[in-house]
Design a binder for this molecule. Structure first.
Ligand SMILES: [Zn+2]
Ligand SMILES: [Zn+2]
Length: 244
């Protein structure tokens, strides 16, 4: 199995990075986690076969995690995709997907896809199986509106990948990522505590409880991107591959 960072940027394109999008592939797994506004060009740049993706997990409806879906779906339609696709995310995803499709490409939500498209709402702490992939969402804390917000623990082929999504510190991150083979954690700031986001110092204080086998930082602001040599942890970059 491997995970490739298709995009690991924040909402503001800090460092010229693409919006959040991770690609997991294995013998029986082909999953995207998040599909931010810039994800289709980022996928094409890395020559990732979009047709092979079976499942797209969405953590929340902010544009840097979700707004790439209309582009991806229209591209699939024009490229004559015929393989089924499942998009899963927080409660309300069906309505939010229709709204973003209509906002970006009028009438696009009413065009029936050529392929079998299922949109599935996930409930926190209820594991769902998609093919050979088990997905457990955890509720995270990312603001009063625009939710629900989910982090994901993904198990496939005997490996566990956990992604914090965007969140301030919450105890839910402990079961989310405990003993995970790979924990991808937001580190928006270094030590400055801001609402709705996680600082590296806050995360660091909890790592002994989480004990991830590997930690990679993502969704970094300019504050974090200005300190690459002083960080004691691996920081994601667009295109980076982690073998699992
Ligand atoms: Zn974000
Ligand atoms: Zn967000």
């Amino acid at each position: 199995m491997q995970l490739q960072f298709v995009g690991c940027g924040d909402a503001f394109g800090s460092g010229g990075r693409y919006n959040t999008c991770f690609h997991i592939t294995g013998a029986r797994a082909n999953v995207l986690i998040d599909c931010g506004a810039s994800s289709l060009p980022a996928l094409k740049r890395l020559r990732i076969a979009r047709d092979d993706i079976d499942l797209i997990l969405i953590t929340h409806f902010h544009g840097d995690h979700f707004a790439g879906l209309p582009f991806l779906l229209l591209d699939a339609q024009f490229a004559r995709r015929n393989r089924p696709l499942v998009i899963a995310g927080p409660e309300g995803i069906e309505l939010r997907l229709t709204q973003v499709m209509e906002a970006l490409f009028e009438h696009s939500s009413k065009t029936k896809p050529r392929f079998d498209l299922s949109v599935v709402a996930l409930k926190p702490e209820q594991t769902r199986r998609f093919g050979a992939v088990d997905v457990t969402p955890y509720p995270v804390v990312h603001g009063e509106s625009g939710g629900p917000f989910l982090a994901y623990r993904v198990e496939a082929e005997g490996r566990v990948i956990a992604y914090s999504a965007d969140t301030e510190w919450t105890q839910a991150l402990i079961p989310l990522a405990r003993d995970a083979d790979l924990f991808i954690a937001e580190a928006y700031t270094y030590d400055r505590v801001v609402k709705n986001h996680l600082s590296l110092k806050t995360l660091e204080g909890h790592l002994p409880e989480i004990k991830p086998k590997r930690l990679v930082l993502t969704h970094m602001s300019d504050d974090m991107l200005g300190r690459p040599d002083t960080l004691a942890y691996t920081a994601a970059s667009d295109g980076m591959i982690v073998k699992l």
